[in-house]
Design a protein around this ligand. Sequence first.
Ligand SMILES: [Zn+2]
Length: 416
Amino acid sequence: MHLIYIIFFFALGACVGSFLNVVVWRLPRGESLVTPPSHCPKCNHRLAWFDNIPVFGWIALGGKCRYCRSPISARYPIVEAITGFLFVLYYVVLFIWQMGPCASRDLTIQQDWPLYGLYVFTIACLLGASLIDAELFIIPQQIPILMTIVGLLVHTIIDRPALPGSLNVSARAAGLSAGAAIGLLISLLARWQGWVKISFPEGEPLLEIDRQMMLEEEEKAKREGRAPEFDGPIPPPYTSAQIRAEMRHEMYFLMPPLLLGGLFVIALMKVPALDHTWAHWMSYDWINGLLGALLGGMIGGFVVWLTRILGTIGFGRVAMGLGDVDLMFGVGAILGGATATIAFFLAPFFGILIAIYMLITGKRRELPYGPYLSMATAFVMIFYCPIAMYLKPGMLGLVSLINHWITGNDGGLSGL
Ligand SMILES: [Zn+2]
C-alpha cells in the first residue's frame, strides 16, 4: 500500500517542483505566476502539455527546445526530481519511520493527511525561498506571508490537544499570544502610517563589492543613455555607528508586542475573574489553535530579529536579513516556536557543512542565510521528537519552569 502512495506523491511532488521552477523565476521579477503559459525563453514558442511533464518531458526532449533546439537548463528537471524526492521522504518519515512530531499513536496517511500536507507545503515553500535567496539574496515576502496564512488557517481548523503536530497552548500562553498579536498589529499600523521611522529608509547597507558593481553599472548606463539595470537609488555608505543607530527603530517596532504580551499575562495572573473567563474561551480548540500558531510565528520571528539587532549592534554591520525574520515567522506559524527556534540555532552547522562541501569541490560562492535556515528546519521536522526529548531537561526545562510560573501547571508544553 505504501508503494502506491509513494509513487503518487513522487509524481505530485514533481508537479509541485515544476510550479516552483515558475515561481522561482517569475516571483522575484514581479511577473504573473499563471500567465503566460510555459514557453521557451529563447524562441518564445509555447510548450506542448507533454513537454511540460516533470522530469520525463525534459529527458524526452534530450534537454533541448523542440522548436529552436537551444538547450534547456538541467536545473528544471533537477528541481522537479528533488521536490518529488522530498515529498516521498516526508511520507516515509511520518508514516513508515513514525518520526516527526511527538505522537502517542501511530501516524497513518488516512488519519494524518493534513499533517503530511502541511509538511510538504512547508518543504515546497522553503525550497522555493532558498532557490530565490541563493540566487538573488532576497526572500520575497509573499512566501512567508502565504506560509503564515496557511499555518494559522490549518491550525485553527484541525488543532486538538491530542493531535500530533497541533500547536495548542495553555490559556496563559494563549494570553501572551493574544497580547503580543495586538502589539504587533499596533507596530504594523504605526509603520504603515509612518508614525514611526523604519530602519534604513534609503536602503540597507550593501556589501562593498555589490556597491562597486552598482556604481560601475550606473556610470555605464549614463554613458549609454539608458536606465541602470537595478531599481531605485544606490543606498549611501553607512558607518558602523550609523548602522548601530538604525537598530533603534527596529527595537521600537518590537516594544508594543513585548509589552502588551507581558501585560496581558500579568493581568491574567492578577485578576482571577479575567483569568477564569479567558480560560473558558481558550477551551475552544479552534481559538486555542489559532493563538498557538500565532505564538509560534511570533517566537520564530522574534528569535531571528533579536539576533539581528544584537548582532548588528555588536559587530557594527548588518547581521541577518529581515527576510530571514519573515521566513522563520512562517515556519513558526506552521511548526511551532520550538521547531523554529531549534532550527535557527542549528542553521550555522548547515552553513559549516556547505562551506566544507564548497571547499572540497572548489566552488567558492557566498550564500545567504535563508538556505541554511531552510535545511535546518527540514532537519528538525524529521528529528523533532528526539531533539525535544533530549532538550527537555535543559532548555525545555527552562521553558517548563517559566510555564509553571505563568500557568501554575505543566500543560501547554506541546505547543512550544
Ligand atoms: Zn525554443
